[in-house]
Design a protein around this ligand. Structure first.
Ligand SMILES: [Zn+2]
Length: 238
């Protein structure tokens, strides 16, 4: 169940490179909105985990969130980049494509944890989380494949990589679900971890660059709308 649902989530990324395959590379504004859409959906997922996953264990959740932020911060420091800026000199320089792949695989990891936690809380919540992250994988795959094709990779290859970086989502969703099945007391910790990592990632990786790519108002609107839709979805399933 968890494997199937999270597998479909990762596969959804295949839609992302479609504009490139059709010979229509996304404009700067579209890239900005894609970033904002992915970021807003991630903030919505974090909200869902906060309301459904902590079960009143606020201290464990808070400490878990700090661990999540620490995890993202440390991996950023190790990889040497915070944001995946398609327009930045970094993505055009040597190693830019490689960095983009590493950042995106790490990025997918804690989203997998989020799916696993949500599944452990309740299956409908887990399915809602997975559906949300599947939608969010589309703009993220579009961004990554744009970076990679600008670096000379063919579109099919870039699409393959964009799907492959999401395999972490599947692995970690299954692993998290299994671990929480054995150790239910870990739930608020792991939920907190996912919340911290998701919020930090949207604020540091996705949103800052999107403001340069499209207007501030439109970015704020897309982000809030995406977040609001997830909150509604959780209200309906919860
Ligand atoms: Zn994401």
């Amino acid at each position: 169940m968890v494997l199937g649902v999270s597998g479909l989530t990762a596969l959804a990324a295949i839609v992302g490179p479609l504009p490139l395959a059709l010979g229509r590379p996304p404009s700067r504004s579209v890239i900005g909105w894609a970033n904002a859409l992915a970021g807003g959906l991630m903030i919505g997922v974090a909200y869902a985990l906060l309301t459904e996953g902590l079960g009143g264990a606020l201290i464990a959740g808070g400490l878990g969130a700090l661990l999540g932020i620490f995890f993202v911060r440390t991996t950023h420091a190790l990889v040497g980049t915070g944001e995946l800026d398609v327009d930045g000199p970094d993505s055009a320089g040597p190693g830019g494509g490689y960095k983009a792949i590493v950042v995106d695989s790490l990025h997918a990891a804690d989203e997998g944890v989020a799916i696993g936690v949500a599944m452990a809380v309740a299956v409908p919540l887990g399915v809602a989380m997975a559906a949300t992250l599947a939608v969010h994988n589309v703009p993220e795959a579009m961004l990554l494949s744009t970076v990679l094709t600008r670096r000379g990779l063919s579109v099919p290859r870039a699409a393959g990589v964009a799907v492959a970086v999401n395999l972490n989502q599947v692995l970690l969703a299954v692993a998290t679900f299994a671990v929480l099945g054995a150790v239910p007391a870990g739930l608020p910790w792991v939920a907190g971890f996912a919340v911290g990592a998701l919020m930090y990632r949207s604020l540091v990786e996705l949103l800052p660059e999107s403001y340069h790519q499209a207007g501030e108002t439109s970015i704020a609107m897309v982000t809030l709308l995406a977040m609001g839709i997830v909150v509604l979805l959780v209200g309906v399933t919860g």
